[in-house]
Design a binder for this molecule. Sequence first.
Ligand SMILES: Cc1cc2nc3c(=O)[nH]c(=O)nc-3n(C[C@H](O)[C@H](O)[C@H](O)COP(=O)(O)OP(=O)(O)OC[C@H]3O[C@@H](n4cnc5c(N)ncnc54)[C@H](O)[C@@H]3O)c2cc1C
Length: 440
Amino acid sequence: MNGFKHVVYWHDTEEVDAGPPLRESIECDVCIVGGGFTGLWTAHFLKLAEPALDIRIVEARHSGFGASGRADGFVTPTIGKDIQALVQQFGAQRALKASQAVGRSILEIGRFARKNKVDAQYEATDYLMVATDQAQLKRLRHDRELAERMGAAQPEILSAAPSREIVGSPAIVGSMRTGGALVNPFRLARGITRVVRDQGVTIYDNSPCLQVEPGARPTVVTAGGRIKADKVVLATNVHMDAFKEFRRKVIPVWTYAMVSEPLTDRQLSRVNWEGREGLVEAKSLLTCARFTHDNRIMFAGGPVPYYFGRDKRQRNMNRREVYREIHQEFLRFFPMWRDVEFSYAYGGAIDVVRDFAPHFGSIDGNILYGYGYCGNGIAATHTGGKVLRDLILGKDSDYSQLLFVDDERRKPPASFPPEPFLYAGARATARFMDWKDSRS
Ligand SMILES: Cc1cc2nc3c(=O)[nH]c(=O)nc-3n(C[C@H](O)[C@H](O)[C@H](O)COP(=O)(O)OP(=O)(O)OC[C@H]3O[C@@H](n4cnc5c(N)ncnc54)[C@H](O)[C@@H]3O)c2cc1C
């Protein structure tokens, strides 16, 4: 457990050619704040729909630096926290429609990568939701019942022996296969960056937006310049709280991952895992595992801490106690891999909203937003890019009607309380989820 670096593994898989910062005052049609998947997909779909649009992106660091480039890479149809919360809030029919749209995004991301020669290490492996105790088996059954209620395909629940033939972990007592893929999220983000630049979008790196001045044409202000635009899109995820209207709408909750050295053939031969499926444990504070393209094992999960004062600082990657817990979980699943050396240990913050499902919409019609993925955003941001495209173009479409949109049927998320109540509440919620996981 010694000697790992607190650097995002994916960041070491591709060099960044940063764009210039904003150093002028200009005007354009659409200015997007934030170069993660939400901002990039929005720019891409807008350019496909209206190639003549002048679109600019301002990014605090470089595109893919945020959650998008440090995600674990599970491309799943999950929207917000989980399917149970979604059906409870929106009903089976609306939840199904949104899940189908996000399900299509999984396939379309693969197609996008192939078509545009983006080497995002996309693997159409599916993922395996596994139970390691009776409470989790019950949860799998419940998810299957929900799929039935929604009229979606009902995945088969496998018992221990056939599950362990798929992934040879002695901890697994049951499983359910679900459609999905794996990706290297940083290479995907950098690939979309290249594509949107080729489409004529200008990206200003190292240009944090300091404020947005509202008006008939709002203005994005950075230290080096200003951009006045017909529409501004706020796509800053966990940093949405920097803008007045969103100050208490979103909180950063940390999640962590460890990545090993590439496994040797001897190590690989000790565990059945031919299909390389992403592995996800069926609980709220989930544990997940996957192979990277070069056969490292990524093991993620453990506690999901909220740090006092909405702390998002990178120094939170340096938390030995968290990695100790993750490593113990790893050995619970894979005791035969005791000799596997982990070289990367890092984390990032996810954007949690009070109703646990993403929100898209606009303030005054010309400042748009999309956030609140609650840690499940790789596929949902792709769908979200189409939602924002249609909201910007004023198109009444299937996407502008999806449950994500704040409209007469759905209110923006409720505010979180101020500190110290927020900290106390977040800790109590984490304890509650832990307790619920153990008995559901
Ligand atoms: C550790 C971790 C693991 C995850 N694993 C998965 C997974 O396996 N599967 C999955 O589906 N989802 C996962 N997620 C969630 C997923 O990564 C996100 O939901 C998704 O990437 C959100 O994309 P985004 O563009 O909205 O946000 P981001 O990628 O965070 O992009 C926001 C961008 O805005 C920039 N920015 C912030 N403030 C400003 C400002 N003032 N001015 C200009 N720019 C600014 C940031 O630098 C950043 O690049 C994970 C998230 C984390 C943190």
